[in-house]
Design a protein around this ligand. Structure first.
Ligand code: 13P
Ligand code: SF4
Length: 305
């Protein structure tokens, strides 16, 4: 894996004292040049530990880069393609959350990290799919307003002794909604020895039909530690790219080949090179929003320890 473009990226990275962070759903070419690859939680933790870098190139979607900014307001955070947005994160506008809080004044507020910064500032804490249950248990409240992903909310509801109130109604990830129980049944027939794993953003009945429900980081750990040889992966298809490079020798099949998060694929090597060279497009969160959201981000990081 070396070309003039790879060399240029390497040189620019050194020159600018930059780090490239990338989510597990990034295409292979980006995974290969990333300094750090991870799930949403691992990326948040990494973003809280980059004191020695001046520039962060975030190959993921908007809310991830925003969270990196909230944790590092003095650094330059750039995203190779500004159009890389997570539609789910935009399903809960600030006003709707404020309204829900007025309707449930006694409820604690937990937002999935997949939410916009303007809404994050009204949350008591955040969570990712890797720590949602732990974070929910860490709040003293009996009632929890939880959003925007209704499926992750249901996943948590089954595992905690609290009342989970979804906000907004119908918040979802279009990629994980593509999976159906029939897909799980088909894969069981095709690969009878495989362990079938899906993500908590999948519908409840799909989660029930699978053997395990795990975050993308959880999938990696589970497969690395398992003696089994075959796995069906029910999440975005490039998770298999990560798994294959990290844990060679396992047989991995996608639950659905068409499970593609389109905006995650907008980043390319050329755009990474340009982002490094131009230190743009920059991701900036208004100062007051960033400082108010930091409380919730920090609470999540502390609760995950
Ligand atoms: P994790 O990487 O936290 O499992 O989340 C997946 C996802 O859809 C991020 O948008
Ligand atoms: Fe958002 Fe779904 Fe893409 Fe994750 S996979 S970034 S939740 S649209």
């Amino acid at each position: 894996m070396s070309s003039p473009l790879h060399e240029e990226i390497k040189q620019l990275k050194e020159e600018k004292n930059a780090i490239i962070l990338a989510h597990n759903y990034q295409p292979k070419e980006i995974q290969e040049i990333a300094d750090f690859l991870g799930d949403s939680l691992e990326l948040c933790i990494k973003a809280s530990e980059i004191d020695d870098k001046d520039l962060v190139v975030f190959c993921g979607v908007d809310f991830m880069a925003e969270t990196a900014y909230i944790l590092n307001p003095d650094k330059k955070i750039v995203i190779p393609d500004l159009e890389a947005e997570c539609p789910m994160a935009h399903m809960l506008p600030e006003e709707e959350l404020i309204k829900a809080k007025k309707e449930h004044p006694d409820a604690g507020v937990i937002l999935y990290v997949n939410s916009i910064a303007e809404s994050k500032q009204h949350a008591d804490t955040l969570c990712t799919s890797a720590n949602a249950v732990k974070v929910t248990e860490s709040l003293p409240h009996e009632k929890i307003l939880f959003g925007p992903d209704n499926n992750l909310g249901k996943h948590v509801q089954k595992r905690v002794d609290k009342e989970i109130i979804p906000v907004p109604k119908g918040g979802h990830c279009y990629v994980h909604k593509l999976f159906h129980v029939e897909d799980v049944e088909l894969k069981r027939k095709e690969h009878p020895n495989a362990i079938i794993i899906c993500h908590p953003e999948c519908n409840d009945d799909v989660q029930e039909a699978c053997d395990e429900t795990l975050s993308t980081g959880g999938m990696l750990k589970f497969i690395a530690e398992s003696d089994a040889e075959e796995f069906v992966i029910g999440t975005e298809v490039d998770m298999i790219t990560r798994l294959n490079s990290e844990i060679p020798g396992k047989k991995l099949y996608p639950l659905l080949e068409g499970a593609i998060c389109e905006t995650m694929k907008l980043h390319t090597l050329e755009k990474v090179r340009d982002a490094l060279k131009n230190e743009a497009p920059e991701v900036v969160v208004p100062e007051d929003v960033a400082s108010k959201s930091l409380k919730a981000v920090q609470h999540m990081l502390d609760a995950s320890k």
